[in-house]
Design a binder for this molecule. Sequence first.
Ligand SMILES: O=C(O)CCC(=O)C(=O)O
Length: 288
Amino acid sequence: MNGSRSRGGTLSPEALARYEHDGFFFPLDVLDPEQVAAMRTQLEDFEERYESHPAVGHGAFRTSCHLFLPFLDNLIRHLAILGPVASILGEDLLVWGTSFFTKEPQSADYVAWHQDLNYWGLDARDEVTAWVALSQASVESGCMRFVPASHIKEAAHADRPARGAMLSRGQELIKAVDDHQAVNAPLLPGQMSLHHGLTFHASMPNRSDDRRIGFAIRYIKPSMRQAGGERGVATLVQGEDRCQNFELAPRPQSVAAPEDIAMWQRAVKIQDQINFRDMKNPTDGEGH
Ligand SMILES: O=C(O)CCC(=O)C(=O)O
């Protein structure tokens, strides 16, 4: 952490140079222990209360639930996240989507090596993911892993759905990644990593006795467009949207309010259409 941020919460020049060279940077502090414990409690209360809700129950909430959960709407606007992200993308910031990657204790769930931007139908590369740990992300619990300097160009992927594969299509880089190149990115609860949308990344199963909960926030420049003519839904979290390439979502007012759920359903439907656009047998995955 030392020296990674300069005053005002932006990334220091050294940290920015590291990010630009490697395609990722960690760790950065976002929430203190009390704040992250409070956030986890709110999340787990919601999970329990809404488990069998017809729209958001059974894990369906995991994609872009910042659109109907005010405590997550607050998190995507947290200055300790926006400062570093703005150092990379500039002052005007949209959130294109969010995803929970939750691995239950001792679960075999894993994320295969992949690049994000391959699947999201965006017309440029001005995207950064802030991956916020809401529990301990250690090597044992299956923290994120990155391949340095892999964000330079797009690589070919295949759909290989498998038991435990967490990505919606089971997408995976075709060319095997040399494990020796991988850098583990352990995070304490309340810390985040940043990664570029083309950085190769993956994660292993959770061999710990706690849940591994990661909340991935996808920030883009407003100049990005949804290729293929769709006008997706995004959230303006800082600065101005001079491009109007996306329908801007309002801030959610209360947990799972019907009008916010309607907006969320529209956003997720468009993202699913994009994610699964050229897939032969789409499943109802989570759109990661
Ligand atoms: O949480 C993980 O293990 C993977 C997350 C991921 O693939 C992403 O944030 O793009």
